[in-house]
Design a protein around this ligand. Structure first.
Ligand SMILES: [Zn+2]
Length: 132
């Protein structure tokens, strides 16, 4: 069974490129008819760019190439996500003191939510954290 193909249209075979000024110029044109620039050969430009990137002499600084030191975890030292002993101790004394004071004044039953809150706060404050 014969198959019918549509005829090739002029736009499919007529190659044009665009100048940097925006004018459409034929592929084989020696210069742009509007701005008179010589069209850039994109394949040659890509080759030149690849060559110049391949010739680079830059190398990363030694500090970037060195392996990172092993992480240090501590309960006592201050880190980016944890307080030091100078802050942890006052927080502990104040919150535990308030809780003990509440228990002595009002009894365990009424202070139970505060006991739970204090316990969770002490757990998160005194947990080991990465300091380096
Ligand atoms: Zn042009």
């Amino acid at each position: 069974m014969p198959s019918f193909q549509r005829p090739v249209r002029y736009a499919d075979v007529f190659c044009m490129s665009t100048c940097s000024c925006g004018a459409r110029i034929p592929e084989e044109a020696g210069w742009c008819p509007v701005c008179l620039k010589t069209p850039v050969d994109e394949a040659a430009l890509l080759e030149e760019l690849n060559d110049s990137f391949g010739k680079t002499t830059w190398s990363a600084p030694a500090a970037l190439l060195a392996p990172s030191p092993p992480p240090v975890h501590s309960r006592w030292q201050a880190g980016p996500r944890s307080f030091g002993l100078r802050v942890k101790l006052p927080i502990t004394f104040v919150s535990v003191g308030i809780t003990v004071f509440g228990v002595r004044m009002f009894g365990f039953v009424f202070v139970a939510p505060l006991i739970i809150t204090t316990t969770l706060a002490m757990y998160s404050i005194w947990m080991r954290e990465r300091v380096r």
